[in-house]
Design a protein around this ligand. Sequence first.
Ligand code: ATP
Length: 598
Amino acid sequence: MHDLRSASPRRLGDLRHLFSYLRPYRPSWVLAIVTSSISMAFGAMFPWLVGQLLDAAIPSLKIVEVQPWQRDLNTVALVLIGTLLVQAVLMFISSLLFHSVGERAVVDMRQELYGHLIGQPLRFFGEHRVGELTSRLSSDLAQIQDTLTFTVGQALRQAMLLVAGLVMIAATSVKLSLVMLSSVPVVMLLGVLFGRRIRKLSSTAQDRLATTSTVVEETLQGIANVKAFGNEPYENSRYARGLHDYLAIVLQTARSRAALIAFIIFAIFGAIVLVLWYGSHLLREGQLTHGNLTRFVFYTMFIGGAVSSVPEIISNVQRTLGATQRVRELLAEPAELLVANTERSPAAPLPRLRGQVAFNDVHFRYPSRPDLPVLRGLNLEAQPGEKIALVGPSGAGKSTLVSLLLRFYEPDAGRLLLDGQDASVLDLRTVRANMAIVPQEVLLFGGSIRENIAYGRPGASDEQIRAAAEQAHCTEFIARFPEGYETLVGERGVKLSGGQRQRLAIARALLRDPAILILDEATSSLDSESEALIQSALDVLLAGRTALLIAHRLATVRRCDRIYVIEHGTVTESGSHAELIAKPAGTYRRLAEMQFAG
Ligand code: ATP
């Protein structure tokens, strides 16, 4: 009971939300409804005209008044064809309009949802699985699309046919109508019962199919692992089990569905037999003409068709409301606040920072793991233009520190200062526009080399891109590809070596021209030639900027102004290489001896 009461306002909200996407296309939407209605009205005239045709053929049996034109077989047939033509043309227009409005509305919806999704703070992605999010973007919206483009129009048409059919049979013969309609409750009841069972079964089937998809996803993602362990047969049997469960339930669904279809056909024809049987009696008694009986049979088919489509339409609408609800929940998640200072217009150029960074007694835990303190009273500082190195054992919190600097997360306590101001009062876009990151694992997007460099600053000119590539020593490997800057990289393009990818990332960062540079040094060793090229590219990139380096190599650390040793979320040692190496029992000294291994 409680469920019912709380469900309806929510459902109403879902419905309103759904229809809000149609608002921009109201004229087309209204026109679609109007043309569809007129087309149905013409369609509903069809049985009536067929009746006329028959009564014109056997005029002696006429009961109703017949106009002179209705006596002429050819005229009636022509009117019949004309009606069908008008109905077909209007149907074409309305169907086109329903589709175009529905598709446009869903495109808007997809765009909004996607924009909202990528505007979510990083915390959000720790709480949701990517698979679940992509499924909302694809399957939920596909469901909504299906309803907006097809089901709404179908429901409207069936409703009109039902009303028209009922009016027409009542006008033809009240007695016969009552006999025919007496069969409807039984049919409806069985239809609803079957429909409910099918709905339940197909939702279980969907769940089971989703489980098998997870197996495929996991296996393909870790295919190298599967092969290394020789676990193909194991994965195969895991998939087979999933499919077996799925098959059991779809076969049950298929049985119910087949029974429902058979029942509907039986019910419709049964109703027709009933009508013919009782109608023939009326015909014999002279209470009904041939034409009237034929007309009645046609309208009975209309009504049967409309009634039998009700469960399908209802279940479709329910699924769509469920999908809309999930979309609404997602849209209700607050997005990252990009502009903290609302007085600034988003179009104004972003101010440039000098590049002073300070962490003052920063404490932090990840929202997804509130029991684990990751940073515990961390202090560090970099003056504009200074290069500082972060070293420390794995899991100490170095990457977390970088995430806080990029303001992916906010500190639980303590402050992050940029140019002496609390970072949390700065516009988020300003903060990020002044930073660039060269990660350990460079992610290349499926696109050309030029696009991948330009990602650092969308809208950069070709000269700027070439200059950055030149400085980052990318040109000699780019020149070796026949298509040069237009060479496709990423999943379906050429594969670049680790060193080449690094240089591309450096070119990207150079183009961005940040005040603060974050460099997560690659751990894998490169050959000395690549190493030298990267080092020289980095020298250009580092010049005149503040840099935080998560360092894995002694050579890099030595060149830094200051080194911070981070352990268990706090700074345990800091100073220059010479100072730290001089400490006999220091962590730095130990790590340096192991070359920061691990
Ligand atoms: P490494 O050198 O191995 O990259 P690190 O010093 O950069 O290590 P962090 O990645 O900052 O260490 O991790 C610090 C701690 O925070 C670890 O215990 C890790 O398990 C935890 N952690 C990191 N990222 C998350 C996250 N997104 N959600 C929850 N916990 C996290």
